[in-house]
Ligand binder design. Structure first.
Ligand code: EPZ
Length: 422
């Protein structure tokens, strides 16, 4: 198994090109279930999670070809298997989202329930209620969801009791082929939702309001193929921006949508780093000698501060000159990085949904364990600024969502390498 080894202490200086968004790409891949024509995705990140999704789609009869450059071609001329088995769904929860589009196109589907997750229970009740509202008959047996819509899905007015990115996307992926109009109220507003809507509209869907709390979908009977470029990964961009703010130095991030991180930039600036923005790039710079000002953070659904940057922001705050409080409002168990950061000398107390971080003058390198994708990124940032060597195990978490992380950071002067653990 691989591990990442970092010799800490070097500030980051250089340029990083940001890849396409993992959390958009895997939902965009699922649009291939809705059409018998080819779907070409460009600006596709090459990640374990996109590979898992590709394996599942191939199992269902979609031809999946990774092209040269950041391209992927998917062609679901005919769906030959309407079952998503446990072995493929358990590897990556978002594969559950094949249920709605398969049901919409083929009238039935059998998809494994995803099960628990390191960051929280993450049930799929909202997904299932929304599909039932669209007329699906749903039965749960032996760990599987069996769904049927003998005479097709029908549009409905659906109000989500709270905001869910996955349930909003999943319902969109089903409602585009339903008869009549669907209205989604209290919908998620993330840029990935807009990206999905734009791709579906380019295929002939009729979706308005994506990016706002109320989305209207006028069902159509057929969707065509499409060529679509995946939106830049705001979480990857935020991760490198925070790494640069943590180590000090000067890093330019390219191929970003700076407006998608509107909640992050003011907090980085408040903490004492300089943020120079234009539409598609940002420069983050900080003199490593100047103390970091503590800043409190509250995670929220978009446009609030993303839960997927909470761990990385915490690494930044471990070195602040004072106390900061980070509140996690989206997932109930997303502080697994705290004990690992504490092993590196951070002073963190977790009380329920809040972490209290008392800044320390320096962190020290240590062997640590990645617990989930974004937690792993926070350990990398901590390792970059720590004195001595940090070895991060269970790197497969990182490979799910960060393309070439050690190469991108290495280009900015980080002393980081991948090793095979014996
Ligand atoms: C997406 O997860 C992202 N994953 C997550 O990123 C991200 O943290 C999350 O949105 C919030 O932004 C993908 O896009 C693949 P939710 P999702 O449904 O859709 C509860 C990463 O590291 N809930 O918005 O699963 C749920 O338990 C990952 O890239 C229900 O109770 O998130 C959570 O507490 C991690 N019932 C809250 O809602 C449901 O049916 C928000 O979850 C659905 C969700």
């Amino acid at each position: 198994m691989d591990c990442i080894v970092i010799e800490g202490g070097a500030p980051l200086n250089g340029e990083i090109n940001i890849s396409g968004a993992k959390n958009s790409a895997i939902k965009l891949m699922a649009v291939s279930l809705l059409t018998d024509e080819p779907v070409l995705l460009t600006n596709m990140p090459r990640l374990r999670d996109t590979r898992f999704m590709g394996q599942l789609l191939a199992h269902m009869g979609v031809e999946v070809e990774e092209g040269p450059g950041a391209k992927m071609r998917l062609h679901g001329a005919k769906l030959t298997n309407l079952t998503a088995p446990y072995d493929l769904v358990r590897k990556m929860r978002a594969t559950f989202n094949v249920l709605g589009p398969t049901l919409a196109r083929a009238g039935k589907a059998k998809v494994s329930l995803p099960g628990g997750c390191a960051i929280g229970a993450r049930p799929v009740d909202l997904h299932l209620k929304a599909l039932e509202a669209l007329g699906a008959e749903i039965k749960l047996t032996e760990g599987y969801v069996h769904a049927q819509a003998k005479s097709g899905l029908t549009g409905a007015a659906i109000t989500f009791p709270f905001i869910s990115v996955g349930a909003t996307e999943h319902t969109m992926l089903a409602a585009v082929l339903a008869k009549g109009e669907t209205t989604l109220s209290n919908a998620a507003r993330e840029p990935e939702i807009i990206d999905l809507a734009q791709c579906l509209n380019a295929m002939g869907a009729r979706i308005t309001g994506a990016g706002r709390s109320e989305i209207h979908i006028q069902g159509v009977s057929k969707l065509s193929g499409v060529t679509h470029s995946v939106v830049p990964d705001r979480i990857e961009a935020g991760t490198y921006a925070l790494a640069a703010a943590t180590t000090g130095g000067r890093v330019r991030l390219q191929n970003i949508r700076s407006d998608h991180l509107g909640s992050l930039w003011p907090l980085i600036a408040q903490a004492g780093a300089k943020v120079e923005l234009d539409q598609t790039s940002v420069i983050i710079s900080r003199d490593p000698e100047i103390p970091i000002t503590p800043v409190d953070v509250d995670t929220q659904a978009y446009p609030g501060f993303p839960t997927d940057l909470q761990a990385q922001f915490m690494s930044f705050m471990t070195r602040a000159d004072g106390v900061s409080i980070i509140r996690e409002n989206i997932f109930e168990n997303r502080f697994m990085h705290c004990p690992e950061l504490s092993r590196m000398g951070a002073n963190i107390t977790v009380r329920g949904r809040e972490a209290i971080i008392r800044g320390v003058p320096h962190l020290t390198g240590a062997p640590v364990m990645a617990t989930d994708l974004r937690a792993s990124a926070s350990l990398i940032a901590a390792g970059l600024v720590a004195k001595g060597q940090t070895r991060i195990g269970r790197v497969y978490h990182l490979d799910r969502g960060f393309e070439h992380i050690e190469i991108k950071l290495g280009q900015c002067g980080a002393n980081i390498r991948r090793e095979s653990e014996t």
